[in-house]
Design a protein around this ligand. Structure first.
Ligand code: CP
Length: 311
């Protein structure tokens, strides 16, 4: 099977079969990360440009490691060191980078729609590495991969996504991804942080975390995004944490095999207590680990990797 899309801008337009195909591919790439020499020549001669206009630890590093493990040349573009600071437009920046003949652009922006705008302007494939409040498809794919690996299958699971749904690109991509794969998704948070009409994306809504916890197979906690003005939507961090933070007491009512997820970065003591973040139900670092395998699969698929070069 080949992907129908030239770009990965979000999971909204991806079919279940395409998502499952990416997850299957990621499974084959995961093993490479356990070899003594973690490198295969699958993308030798290919160039991947990480075009990050917003800070990132996990996504940027993970794309860089994924590219290097496949022998691609990975170039990290830093907005603060670029001619954007001299007034060059985003469009001109992308056109100039395309003129250097990369094989793929990985784009992160604080503005929704930037990866799509660039994908319309240039012919190089674009992967969205997170755009504003819109989507973060590679995060959702690694979340799906992690849940599938831990639970065996996603069909029929109950997933709670908790917190600042309004400002969360991770929530949107995960609602699409988990519901397409047959899970039941409920978003949970204060009414001010749940946009009206979110049910149309394929989820239920609850404002009461304690009511939801005992039913769930997976609880995905979201970061309170102070840099995007989240604090205007609740009285205080203490109040938010009291009602929607996950601590050991609250977690004691969950299923015994519940998975606790978080895309990172974690605000310790706000959305998760340190005991829960580092506790036995947490798969936060497994999510990060799986991010490399998922991004290896994506780079391979979007750059036209060579099958014979995987050994
Ligand atoms: N999960 C995530 O996108 O983290 P970064 O912002 O560190 O990339």
């Amino acid at each position: 099977m080949k992907l129908k899309h030239k770009n990965l801008l979000g999971l909204k337009d991806y079919a279940r079969e395409e998502i499952e195909f990416i997850l299957e591919q990621a499974q084959t790439f995961k093993e490479i990360n356990y070899r003594p020499i973690k490198k295969v020549p699958a993308l030798r001669g290919k160039t991947v440009v990480n075009l990050f206009f917003e800070p990132s630890t996990r996504t940027r590093t993970s794309f860089e490691i994924a590219g290097k493990r496949l022998s691609a040349d990975v170039v990290n573009f830093s907005a603060s060191q670029s001619s954007l600071t001299k007034g060059e437009t985003l469009a001109d920046t992308a056109r100039n980078i395309e003129a250097m003949k990369p094989d793929l652009l990985v784009v992160r922006s604080s503005s929704a729609g930037v990866p799509e705008m660039l994908a319309r302007l240039i012919s190089t494939p674009v992967i969205n590495a997170g755009d504003g409040f819109h989507e973060h498809p590679t995060q959702a794919l690694l979340d799906l991969f992690t849940v599938q690996e831990k639970k065996g299958e996603i069909e029929g699971l109950k997933i709670a996504i908790v917190g600042d749904i309004r400002h969360s690109r991770v929530a949107r991509s995960n609602i699409y991804g988990f519901s397409k794969l047959g899970a039941e998704v409920v978003v949970v948070g204060p009414p001010t942080m749940i946009p009206p009409g979110i049910e149309k994306l394929g989820c239920k809504v609850s404002y009461d975390l304690d009511l939801v916890i005992p039913e769930m197979d997976v609880i995905m906690m979201l970061r309170i995004q102070l840099e995007r003005g989240s604090a205007r939507f609740f009285p205080s961090l203490r109040e938010y944490s009291r009602l929607y933070g996950l601590n050991e007491k609250r977690l004691s009512r969950a299923k015994k095999d519940v998975l606790i997820m978080h895309p990172g970065p974690v605000n310790r003591g706000v959305e998760l207590s340190p005991e829960v973040a580092d506790g036995p139900y947490s798969v936060i670092l497994e999510q990060v680990e799986n991010g490399v395998a998922v991004r290896m699969a994506l780079l391979y698929l979007f750059c036209g990797g060579v099958d014979e070069a995987l050994t």
